[in-house]
Design a protein around this ligand. Sequence first.
Ligand code: SF4
Length: 286
Amino acid sequence: MPKSVKLAKFAGFCYGVKRAVETAKKLKAENPDKNVFVLGELIHNTDVINELEALGIKTINEVPETGNGICVVRSHGEAPEVIEKIQKAGFELVDLTCPDVKKVQQTAVELAKAGYFLIIVGKAEHPEVVGIKANAKLWSENVIVASSVEQLKEFEQEIKTHKKVGVVVQTTQMLKTLNPIVEYLTSISKELHIANTICQSTAMRQAEAKELAKESDLMIVVGSKKSANTTHLAEILKNITKTIHIENDSELDNYKDIIENSEKISITAGASTPQNVIEKVVEQIR
Ligand code: SF4
């Protein structure tokens, strides 16, 4: 039986996600007769999406030609043309892009405007990256996305032809991913400007979880397998101690033996994991 069970302080909703979920709920409560739509899943958590649906807040995956009511832009942000489409369709726009993501978009635009060859560190298909890239592309054609040195090497000749190279980072990327990219770019660029835009909430969550992992023989990471920050967190911890990644308490049975044979267990959770889901896991383990 586990002798100690600890819950991380920075487990669960980050402020950007908390703000988005609370504001969406408030919008519907204050406008019961209006349609309230969210473009794309507000957060990567099925229980929360179902709860929002039950309140009458619908998730849509595309902007229709015409519509009425409120359309919410989630914390990941959107491309300018999508914002325009929402407004043209006749929706009232409520932009809940996280302020930290807005900062990355602004920095990317500033670097693009100032003539830097812009590199966005992240996965090309990540919605936040799509939004950052689209904003920067309004000002410059010289914008690329890469999440590894291997990917960047394909652009080596192009990078070398530019005097100034700028870098912004998708907010939930790991330093482990950024550091080798910086080292590589330093070796091939004349002037290099790095904007480390990894969000503090992610950095603090990762730092705390790493410390807990050092003193635990089992780490449990709670959160959706679709959530990039939760998956990153589990990956980091796997290098330090035994780690399992579960979506909720219903998966705990699959790990019964590992749990019973661990003396010190610590629990953390991704930015999109609701408090009640975390609490149920803690309760079951205890
Ligand atoms: S992880 Fe950071 S950037 Fe992303 S929504 Fe949360 S606070 Fe904002």
